[in-house]
Design a protein around this ligand. Structure first.
Ligand code: FAD
Length: 373
């Protein structure tokens, strides 16, 4: 049997790895539009951007691994159309046939018109090249404007400050990360950035004039899943490729994982998650299912961030409307927080409390709020 994976990002690379590690010895083709072999993106806004970590550690494997494991990795090749009846993927370097197909085409940054109109150079952050560009632009006295105080915007702001840049962050909501974390915990991130000298401008829409004095504008206003290929193949899509609990699309020989997958999660309902951990673990389940298994993916979403001296991990799927219960001390930024809906814990996080992870996972699994102590 031949398996073709489109998208040589973290999900695609992990699926190829898992196929080989579980003993599948059929043909595997891995198509990637970027020139690099699969790599992880979190370091691009953290250790690599800060200059602390070498790029090598971001790659899923060194390039040689793919040939050594008989994975036909084709980089710099874009899949352009999908024929699910004929089982053919058209690419920029010829057609590829498959018996089973995995779509892992990921997401791309949303363009920001107001930044493009400002006359200031505009940067987005998704690739190694983007991260290199930011790193080169940061430095003492450089004026960096960041639009969007989500995870990427805040991590970029932290890295720019640590490099000595003057940083202004513009966010339309009243607090950074408000929609994800709700006001109690979002306030912690506002305090963290202000304390580190970021000029945080909240609750106002940004105009091209606001950005005019910057040396560089970094737009961190979210991503859009890359769905063109799925659409060309007639797969059912909404804000992602619709997949069932086993990650199969509306065409059962085609599976989808990672940032593009709108997954029928058995515990949480339909969900599209843009997290590193989901890209890895959905890819493993999909690899098993491509090779003939029928596994359900039911892991809880998991996310982490590092900004200055704050490290946090978050498990589950809360919303800004949930009640938030805090154990520990928000002021010193060492705490656990639980998002509670209708009496059940739906999400939990810790800040700088690295022993907490197992307890947080258990709380989200059981729905029970632990006692403080
Ligand atoms: P992608 O990583 O987007 O990979 C998809 C690949 O497919 C790309 O290389 C793309 O070029 C290729 N491709 C697309 N279309 C085609 C085509 N038609 N033909 C061939 N190739 C194609 N998550 C966390 O949980 N924690 C973090 O701290 C965190 N930090 C992040 C920091 C940054 C800077 C970024 C950008 C993301 C971060 N994320 C983080 C999110 C995480 O990186 C993503 O969820 C993850 O990369 C998704 O993996 P993926 O393989 O689904 O998609």
């Amino acid at each position: 049997m031949s398996i073709v994976i489109v998208g040589a990002g973290l999900a695609g690379g992990t699926a190829a790895t898992e196929l080989r590690e579980q003993g599948y010895d059929g043909k595997v083709v891995l198509l990637g539009a970027e020139e690099h072999p699969p790599y992880e993106r979190p370091p691009l806004s953290k250790g690599y951007l800060l200059g602390n970590d070498a790029l090598d550690s971001a790659f899923v494997h060194p390039r040689e691994w793919y040939a050594e494991h008989d994975v036909d990795l084709r980089t710099g090749v874009e899949a352009t159309a999908l024929d699910t009846d004929g089982h053919v993927v058209s690419t920029t370097s010829g057609d590829v046939t498959y018996e089973r197909l995995l779509l892992a085409t990921g997401a791309e940054p949303r363009r920001l018109a107001v930044a493009e109109e400002s006359g200031v150079p505009v940067a987005y952050l998704r690739t190694i090249e983007d991260s290199d560009r930011l790193k080169a632009a940061f430095g003492e006295g450089r004026r960096i404007a960041v639009v969007g105080a989500g995870w990427i915007g805040l991590e970029v702001a932290a890295a720019a400050r640590e490099a000595g840049s003057d940083v202004t962050v513009f966010e339309t909501a009243e607090l950074p990360l408000l929609r994800v974390l709700g006001p109690t915990v979002a306030e912690v991130f506002a305090g963290l950035h202000r304390e580190h000298g970021v000029d945080l401008r909240l609750g106002a829409s940004v105009s091209p004039q606001d950005l005019a004095g910057a040396d560089l504008v970094v737009a961190g206003v979210g991503v859009s899943p890359r769905l063109d290929l799925a659409r060309s193949g007639g797969l059912a899509v909404d804000d992602g490729v619709l997949v069932d609990a086993t990650l199969r699309s509306s065409v059962p020989s085609v599976l989808a994982v990672g940032d593009i997958a709108s997954h029928a999660h058995p515990l949480l309902g339909r969900l599209r998650v843009e997290h590193w951990d989901t890209a890895i673990n959905q890819a493993k389940t999909a690899a098993h299912n491509l090779a003939g298994a029928d596994e359900v993916y039911d892991a809880m979403p998991y996310f982490f961030t590092d900004q200055y001296d704050l490290g946090m991990e978050y498990v589950g799927h809360g919303s800004a409307d949930d009640e938030v219960v805090v154990h520990g001390d928000l002021e010193s930024r060492t705490f656990r927080a639980f998002w509670v809906r209708e009496g059940r814990v739906v999400a939990a996080m810790h800040a700088n409390d690295w022993d907490a992870t197992d307890d947080l996972r258990a709380a989200v699994r059981s729905g029970e709020l632990p006692t403080e102590g």
